[in-house]
Design a protein. Sequence first.
Length: 83
Amino acid sequence: MCSGCFSTLCNNPFDMVKTRMQGLESHRYNSMLDCLKKVAMNEGVLTLWSGTLARMSRVVPGQGVIFMSYEKISGIISNMVEK
C-alpha cells in the first residue's frame, strides 16, 4: 500500500498536466511544460496534487489486490513444483 501512495504522490502532477492537456481547455497551453508552469503560477503549486485522494482511493486497493494475487499464485505454483 505504501508503494501505491508513493507512486500516486510522485505521478499525480504529471497526471494532472496530462488531463489538462486532453481537456476542452487544452488550447490554453502550448506544451506540457507550459501547462505545468501556468498551473503552478496561476493556481498555485499545490494544484498539481489536486485529485490525489480520489486517485489513491483507486490505486491503493488495486495494489493490495495485486500483492494478494501474487502471494496466492506463488503459493499455488510452489505446491505444484514440489509435487
